[in-house]
Write a protein that binds this ligand. Structure first.
Ligand SMILES: Nc1nc2c(ncn2[C@@H]2O[C@H](COP(=O)(O)OP(=O)(O)OP(=O)(O)O)[C@@H](O)[C@H]2O)c(=O)[nH]1
Length: 200
């Protein structure tokens, strides 16, 4: 499965502080000899009509790895969490005339090639990835049309992805194995390397 999904903007969420990793850009750390972001982009590119990175600070640090890819700053100050990146993605999608936003954290590089297709088929109106019975709320497909509701919710302090998603209806879509393995801390990088070496 795969193929370009018309109407979908893929957004890599890379706007956090990465405290457990010791700061910096987790998605620029090497994995299998290349930046994690390259590994992830290779998987996402065929699944979306357009691509963006959600990150704060100087956007030029992504230019070598992702030339020409727009870097979307959070629409709210103070690192309010992944929902800020979802909102930035929704606004950008709307400006491009795209209907849906697929978000994936930049520290979750081994996502399946049928991610967009299966989430799109299930969305009601949001669809969220799951594995081993556990939801991964930042890996999700969101209608850009919910952006004003999300903006209003965030203005009143909403910061939890799963709570806001559940309010609108969020369909979990289960994958076998652990394709949403991520790197929160330095010791997680070895597990990702091993999964990649196994052909994940
Ligand atoms: N745009 C945006 N993305 C964020 C923000 N906070 C977290 N994220 C992203 O959301 C995903 C999950 O974030 P977390 O693991 O909770 O936070 P983190 O910054 O990556 O790491 P910790 O500081 O160690 O918790 C990651 O891809 C982050 O880059 C934010 O304030 N804005």
């Amino acid at each position: 499965m795969g193929g370009t999904r018309p109407g979908i903007l893929a957004v890599v969420l890379a706007g956090g502080l990465a405290r457990r990793m010791g700061g910096g850009d987790k998605t620029l750390l090497p994995l299998g000899g290349q930046p994690m972001l390259s590994v992830l982009m290779e998987r996402l590119r065929p699944q979306a009509a357009a691509f963006a990175i959600s990150a704060n600070g100087d956007p030029s640090r992504f230019a070598a790895v992702a030339p020409g890819v727009p870097v979307l700053a959070d629409p709210l100050p103070g690192f309010p969490g992944p929902l800020a990146g979802v909102l930035a993605g929704m606004d950008h999608a709307a400006s491009l005339g795209l209907d849906m936003v697929l978000t994936v954290p930049g520290d979750t590089p081994l996502v399946p090639m049928d991610l967009a297709a299966r989430l799109h088929a299930a969305a009601s109106p949001i669809a969220c990835a799951a594995s081993a019975g556990r939801m991964h709320p930042p890996v999700a497909l969101w209608p850009a049309g919910l952006r004003d509701d999300l903006r209003a919710a965030m203005a009143t302090g909403e910061g939890k992805v799963s709570r806001w998603a559940a309010r609108h209806g969020c369909m979990p879509v289960e994958w076998p194995g652990d394709p949403f393995l991520n790197a929160n801390a330095p010791e997680d990088l070895a597990a990702l390397e091993a999964a990649m070496a196994r052909g994940a």
